[in-house]
Design a protein. Structure first.
Length: 436
């Protein structure tokens, strides 16, 4: 919403200082003068600098305010305001005539690979059983009540990756992965809740969902899955191919296959504060600078030699209080942390080519990020696959386009610096970047 408001401010500014460009669509509040816009830092000092920012803001505004079938005919802004983190949303035919990008056999093949996270869940009369992949053998299709879960399918299939990226009205820093659930009749994982937002897209067959806003989220003991001890469903839906159900975090739900079915789960990252705190402290180890050594020139004799001296505690407290971190530290930490590939992710290097040949081909064909590559940015900082660096304005504009669009046209290389071209070549050699 901030980007949309900024776009309107900039539109007003540029229109008022240039030739007419058509009927004005929005007016700037009188109290928000051009001087205050300059002082606030919302716009640059010149219209020439403001124009690219205006274009970016208008794009953001259009994304937020465009109605889409994916969200049931509402805009992303409406969805985020009324549903995100708040309440479920059932969307009939979110993707009309949806065809699964992966066949059943292709999914089974992925489950057998050691670089793919998969689980086999079987529901028996006497309880539940879970087996972690790789899964060389699966139960017979005629056997009821078993479920195959395959995580991160977007990392291994371009069509699955393209499907996941339809949800990029949510920042990439929050978008996690596409998980596919295949189940035979009666298959499911039991009533449970997730700690993150999720879209459940029916890809094949039917699945019956029962959901509840219950506050009792206690779990059963002595089972390999996180299954609710008590489940009191309040609503029930049967989803057909193309239908989708959004659920906020902590919302109890139970999905059971009606015949053979496949369900796609679009999940979002929601790291625990403890996890982030521990990782941040580890990140800060390299930046802590506390010179000198402990000294106690006024030490007094003691009759309690085993007691920890209170002066030692106080002196260390004073030293530790000198440790500071800034918003910049947090930005760099988050960018590196959230762009770091998962341990199971590997990149295949392409055949080696010289820098001159690479540059020649890139200018002809353009570049695109590999589907496994995670790229983020903030201000002058750019992050890719856990690495970070700071760039100037011209290179930042190019890298922001690459991160947002995940592709660069050949025309984008005209203003790239030599350092940036070298970085592109290195990323290509690492398999992070591909020639179109």
């Amino acid at each position: 919403m901030f980007a949309g408001a900024t776009a309107l401010y900039l539109f007003h500014l540029l229109r008022s200082t240039s030739e007419p460009v058509g009927r004005e669509r929005s007016t700037l509040p009188e109290r928000m003068t051009r001087t205050r816009l300059y002082q606030s830092g919302i716009i640059p000092a010149s219209n020439q600098d403001a124009a690219p920012l205006l274009a970016d803001c208008l794009r953001a505004y259009n994304v937020a305010m465009t109605k889409t079938a994916l969200l049931g005919g509402i805009t992303p802004a409406q969805f985020l305001r009324d549903y995100w983190h708040k309440k479920p949303l059932l969307i009939r035919q979110a993707i009309p005539a949806f065809q699964p990008p992966l066949s059943r056999q292709a999914l089974f093949d992925l489950a057998g690979r050691d670089d793919v996270e998969s689980r086999l869940i079987t529901h028996r009369s006497d309880g539940w059983d879970m087996q972690h992949g790789p899964l060389a053998k699966l139960p017979a299709l005629k056997q009821k009540a078993w479920t195959l879960l395959v995580q991160g399918v977007n990392l291994h299939d371009d069509a699955a990756d393209a499907l996941l990226r339809q949800f990029r009205f949510i920042p990439d820093a929050r978008l996690d992965d596409l998980m596919i659930s295949f189940a035979t009749d009666g298959g499911g994982v039991g009533p449970h809740f997730d700690s993150y937002d999720v879209f459940l897209l029916q890809a094949h067959g039917q699945r019956r969902w029962r959901i509840s806003a219950q506050t009792d989220l206690s779990l059963k003991e002595d089972v390999p899955l996180k299954i609710l001890r008590h489940f009191e469903p309040e609503q029930e839906f049967v989803l057909e191919p193309g239908d989708m159900l959004y659920l906020p975090p902590q919302y109890a739900h139970d999905g059971v296959a009606v015949g053979e079915c496949m369900t796609y789960s679009i999940g979002f990252r929601a790291p625990a504060h403890q996890e982030l705190g521990e990782a941040f402290l580890e990140y800060m180890l390299d930046s802590i600078d506390l010179p000198g050594r402990f000294a106690d020139p006024e030490l007094k004799a003691t009759s309690k030699p085993a007691e920890l001296p209170v002066d030692m505690v106080r002196r260390l407290r004073d030293e530790l209080n000198k440790i500071r971190f800034t918003d910049d530290d947090i930005t760099i930490f988050l960018g590196e942390y959230l762009s770091e590939p998962k341990l199971s992710v590997t990149f295949d290097a392409p055949p080696e080519i010289s820098f001159a040949r690479f540059f020649q081909e890139a200018r002809k064909r353009g570049l695109r990020l590999h589907r496994k590559t995670q790229m983020l940015y903030r201000a002058s900082h750019v992050f890719i696959n856990g690495e970070s660096f700071e760039v100037g304005r011209a290179d930042k504009a190019i890298l922001a386009r690459l991160a947002d669009q995940r592709i660069l046209a050949k025309s984008d290389f005209a203003t790239a610096s030599e350092d940036l071209l070298e970085a592109f070549h290195q990323w290509h050699e690492s398999g992070w970047l591909e020639l179109n």
